[in-house]
Every structure is written in C-alpha cells, then in structure tokens.
Unconditional design. Sequence first.
Length: 276
Amino acid sequence: MRSDVSVMSGVFEANRARGAVRFDVHARDGVTRRGVLHESGSLRVRFPSPEGEGLSGVFVNTAGGVAGGDSFEIDIAAGERSRLTLTTAAAEKVYRAPGAAAQLNISLKIAAGAHLGWLPQETILFDRARVHRRFDIELDETASLLLCEIVVFGRTAMGERMEQGEFVDRWRLRRGGRLVFAETVRLDGNIGAKLGRSAVAKGGAAIGTALIVPGDEALVDRIREAADSFSGEVGISAWNGFAMARFCAQDAARLRADMMAVLARTGAALPRLWLN
C-alpha cells in the first residue's frame, strides 16, 4: 500500500503544469509593437489588433486552471514611451492543492515615459487551494502603471466559499531604483473564519487592489467623489507618489463594479474582455 501511495504521489508531482511568458514591447514612430516573445508550457499570450497607438495582450492558460505544484512565470519589459495593456481571457481558477502550493511569479519593467496596465480578470480560489504569488515591479521615475488584482475566495455565484487553504501575495515596487512599496499578505488555515472577522473582511468573499502610479491627493479626491455608488467597501490613499485603492465586497460582481467605477475616475480604458 505504501508503495502504491508513493507511486501515485510521484505521478502527481510529475504531472504539474509549467508555463512561462517573456516578451518586450517598444515604441516606434509613436506606435507600440511587440519585440521578442518566448512562450513555454501551458501559458500563452495573444495580441489582438492594435488599438490606436497602444498594444493589448491577453494571457491564456491552456491548462484550464492552476493546481497544487503548478508554476507560472511572467516577465515583461515595456520600452521607452510604449503603451501596453494586459488582461486574461477569463477568470483564473486555482484548485484544491493536496501538496505543494502553486507558484505565480510576475516581473514587470516599465521604462522612461512608458505606461503599463495590468488588468487581469478575477482569480478564484477554490476550497483548500494553496497559491503563492509574487510581483516584482521596476518603474522609471517618468513611467506610469495601473495594476489591478481581484481575488475571490470561493465560487460565490455557485454558493461555494473557501474555508481552508493558503494565499500568500508578495508585492515589491521600485521606482527609479528605490523601493517605494513593499507588502506581503498571508491568509492560511481557516481562511473562511478569518474573512468573517470585522478587522479582515467582515464576511466578504472578494478583495481587490488597484495600484496607480503616479497618484496624488487630487486623484484620491476624484475617486472619493464616487463613494456613494460603491456597493462594497473601498479605501483610497496616496503616498510616495502613487495611489492605492483597496476593495472588499460580498461577491466578485459587486467588487468588479466598484473596481470599474474607480478606474473610470482614473481615465483608464478597460480591456474589451472586461466589458463582455
């Protein structure tokens, strides 16, 4: 029996999804074009027809989701004065992990005068999912960034909630070579009970973050003017030359609506897939 378990464990470990995407973009005659692209494993990126001067990219995970032990790497460099917006073809699902946590590592580099919009659709964590995610971002002092992430604890539309699991989210932002923002969020064990606490999510099943660079108090004031329209909780502040909005809602639909209302105040153009 032990031998059979060991064999099955070995098969499981060997049958993990691996995926990596690495590419750069550059501006030429005022139009952003893709440079060298490397893809491997189950992760792909597709570029719809150019929209004006900028370039849009859509990530596709052909594995159909993320499971325990999977590993995905994304490395993107936006060259001087380029404009790039990235999203996903659908919400990413992270399934139950009986063993090692899934690893998601994202590296973003934005050069002088460039703009990058990171706007994936929701990440949905199933019960007993385990995932470690890491963002490493390097901005030139004259670059701009809009980075939005939504995490949903369970398929709320199906009446499911995440009760147990592990979610570790590490963000590091450097601007002009100087670390200006560092944060690590860790939720593990009985996540359902922790989300029920007033100081955590007060029973909410969806959280989100929007990081806006550059950002100042004038932007904060514009966003706060829309406060009466929010269906969940939204907090916004600015420091070190950037603004950050935090979101918490009972379900993904409400949080997504609040996120879209905030982004409208920034003047950002949403990916077409967000509007379907």
